[in-house]
Design a protein around this ligand. Sequence first.
Ligand SMILES: [Fe+2]
Length: 228
Amino acid sequence: MKAQTIDRSSVAQTISHVNLHYPLPEDGEAAAVLLETAGLVRTQEMELPSGGTFYRFTANSHALNQADNIVYLSPLPPATAQLIAAARESLGMGTANEHPAVSAYRAAHAADPEYDFHVGFLLDSLDFLEERFLALQALEAKDARFAGRLKFLVNRALPGNSEIDARMDASPVYRGVTRYTYGRNGVQAFCETDLIVDGPLGSGLVLEFDYVFPGYDDHIMAISEQTR
Ligand SMILES: [Fe+2]
């Protein structure tokens, strides 16, 4: 390659895709409905010869075929499934002799949905974030495919801005909430699901939804002010 320096400011680099898996072939459609309810747009689906369905989604409803903002979804590959099963068995998961690292891992996850790998989506409408989050909660409450398979948690905007505080008090999602974001001028909402497999033990994935109030340089995606 020719020795040269490329001007970094002339290059655009974004996250092109994340590759997610559902645990069993029969979980595919429910996992796809979950991502659609979360606001993603399903642009392709294809039956796989090995079983299950491959899906492509985009988080960018304004440019469906663009090469970034993509979420791929397919069944857990066999070698990964076998490794997870072997790891669970070796750790005695769910038995009286469960390795103590398992309960410590579960407790850490329960306390902080951002503890491990997770996927976050930024929305520029708090109304839409609230609508989608309530729709996810309705799925869990009313559709048997999702019963017990979705868990919810939200972080309200740090207090101190009267306009934002009033918006929080009026929110069907954030009113009365006492968990707070790490930074200022934004909110987070989390949906954990075991319809998508993740982590060292093949447990659930956390989907995160973020909103930043416009007009602030110091916001939740720029500066963290607290640690838990
Ligand atoms: Fe996060």
